[in-house]
Ligand binder design. Sequence first.
Ligand code: TIU
Length: 223
Amino acid sequence: TLQTVTVPATPEAFVFDPARTALMLIDMQRDFIEEGGFGQSLGNDVRLLKVAIAPCQAVLAAARAQGMLVIHTREGHRPDMSDAFPAKVDRGAPKLRIGDQGPMGRILIRGEPGHEIIPALSPIAGEPIIDKPGKGAFYATDLELLLRKRNIEALIVCGVTTEVCVHTTVREANDRGFRCLIPGDCCASYHPEFHAVSLRMFAAQGAIFGWVTDSQPLVNALQ
Ligand code: TIU
């Protein structure tokens, strides 16, 4: 097990202790990444998100090999939708709304096939899954409790979409004192321009709320 890992990153190298760092995989769910889910119901091309799968697999394997804490998140709601505000459900004019019946079950509802994490990144025993009703993984969840209990001080944040749930989670984490490293190719968006500028936003102003790298330098550093 490595004591200290140094990863080339923007705006400067990111140094972390794997024992005090968690890998977070944000919302790598069928509802966002596969045809017939929430993402497509919003009018998006889900192929744009599939590019993040292989880089996430590589980083996940390296993190598991180091015995790092791995946390998976899922965005979704209770079947009775008592945790879904109209402000979220009524947003826009999608073909299918949250809670409606789609090809992969009810959209963004816990327990439905579409809510599951894609098989390529399935959690294994001992890896916590955080079910979150919002975009950020800290809001209305016990994520912060799990991280503090393990004495975690840094996060490596992967997942979809870059400018929505990844950004919200990194901003929440930064304000709680966690340093965040984002491997850019492990994230993706339905809007490539939003993805690109989101990565720039993390690292601007001297890493105002994050450091940005890619999967390969991170995997190399974890060997
Ligand atoms: N619509 C969109 O880009 N994202 C979300 O609604 N959720 C996540 O980013 N996970």
